[in-house]
Write a protein that binds this ligand. Structure first.
Ligand code: SAH
Length: 388
């Protein structure tokens, strides 16, 4: 079957030439022949072909590039892309049974996420086009990975921009309500149906391991979720206090403590901003602090308030660190770049009257590939700082 054609403007062509996979609705000249979610052929106004893309009838991102080749993006092509993504993980992923197998644009499969948790695969199809390919994707995953279960966590709000329903459930096989995986030498439980995202924050895995180089004494893990940093680091700490605003996350966190036979972690449901302010007033001090808050800037327009939030949070953390202590601080807001984050923390350091050394500048785990020409694929900033 030949794909329907969509005509794009010169600006759309320039987007393709810049190496970015998204073409906005304003740069579409004629999409009258395209069905929602179809794989379409891209033509410029002189009928020259520019490859194939997924078409969305609703999103401002009207087209997501699949290939600049003339070859049809069929099932075999899709299977090759998934196999290539999996082959890359064989190179960059070690010491874990939980990792991202397909990271959307980063693997040239825009808006498709596949996370592996042991013998379970969790899928997100976040655009009309990928959603239409879902049955083929599930079949291919079964062929290539022989998983016990394939689940979908399509309860992501971003789907509403595509006119797609939020839904989650089992797509194939038999799913367990809890899956336990090895990561960096600890055992971590995941609630694949009830947890945040697809169950875990796999993008911080390498940073959890890196933090081992510096962590000691009294550790405060401020947005612990299910205890990723706390559990990874507890065996080298005197004591750990781990906070989260979600009681549900802390339930799994306690389970993770138990799975690893740890006895020095205290879990507390708390707002980290309030806790840090009160802890400083009480004169509490820590040797290591981990800050891993949710994205403060979800849109470009919220950059300024987000930077104030990062400054404030880091200021409060710096105040309760003992001299010689370490702060691991992150931002997963794409709209806040590393220089802006460093600037906010520098202002916090000046206010706190602390001298801060940048020990490591890090990013997301390598199973979340950063494409050089697609800035959106570089979203996580993680800094390890030493405080004098
Ligand atoms: N560090 C975790 C991931 C953290 S995700 C890991 O390595 O797995 C961010 C967490 O912050 C979520 O669990 C969310 O529930 C929590 N959170 C959001 N706002 C918060 C707040 N104001 N205070 C404390 N926790 C908060």
């Amino acid at each position: 079957m030949t794909a329907a054609a969509v005509t794009i403007s010169q600006r759309g062509v320039e987007r393709i030439l810049s190496g970015h996979p998204w073409i906005y609705r304003a740069d579409v000249a004629d999409a009258s022949a395209a069905e929602p979610g179809a794989v379409v052929q891209l033509l410029d106004t002189r009928k020259h072909s520019w490859g194939q893309a997924l078409y969305s009838s609703q999103s401002q991102i009207a087209l997501r590039m699949l290939t600049r080749e003339s070859r049809n993006f069929d099932r075999a092509f899709l299977a090759e892309r998934i196999a290539a993504a999996a082959a890359y993980r064989k190179v960059v992923v070690q010491g874990t049974e939980a990792y991202r197998v397909v990271a959307a644009e980063g693997d040239l499969l825009p808006s498709l996420v596949v996370d592996r948790y042991g013998d379970h695969l969790v899928v997100q199809t976040l655009s009309q086009g990928m959603d239409r390919l879902k049955p083929a994707i599930v079949e291919i995953l079964q062929e290539q990975f022989a998983p016990r279960a394939v689940l979908e966590r399509n309860d992501a709000a971003i789907r509403t921009l595509e006119g797609l329903p939020e839904q989650k459930g089992l797509l194939a096989g038999e799913g367990a309500s809890e899956v336990v995986c090895d990561e960096n030498g600890v055992r971590l439980a995941y609630d694949l149906m009830g947890g945040q995202k697809t169950g875990g924050y796999l993008d911080q895995r390498e940073n959890r391991a890196a933090a081992r180089r510096y962590t000691r004494g009294r550790l405060l893990d401020c947005c612990t979720y299910t205890g990723g940093f706390a559990v990874t680091l507890a065996s080298q700490c005197e004591s750990v206090l781990a906070l989260d605003s979600s009681a549900e996350a802390l339930r799994v966190a306690r389970r993770n403590q138990e799975l690893n036979g740890l006895s020095n972690i205290e879990w507390r449901e708390a707002n980290c901003f309030d806790f840090l302010r009160d802890a400083d007033r009480r004169g509490e001090r820590y040797d290591t602090v981990v800050l891993d808050p949710p994205a403060f800037a979800r849109h470009k327009s919220s950059l300024e308030p987000a930077l104030r939030g990062y400054k404030e949070l880091n200021l409060r953390a710096l105040k309760i660190l003992n001299p010689g202590g370490f702060l691991l601080t992150s931002s997963c807001s794409f709209h806040v770049n590393e220089a802006e984050l460093l600037g906010a923390i520098a202002r916090a350091a000046l206010d706190a009257r602390r001298t801060v050394v940048v020990v490591e500048r890090r990013t997301q785990s390598r199973d979340h590939p950063i494409l050089l020409t697609v800035p959106e694929t570089h979203y996580l900033k993680c800094l390890i700082l030493k405080v004098r």
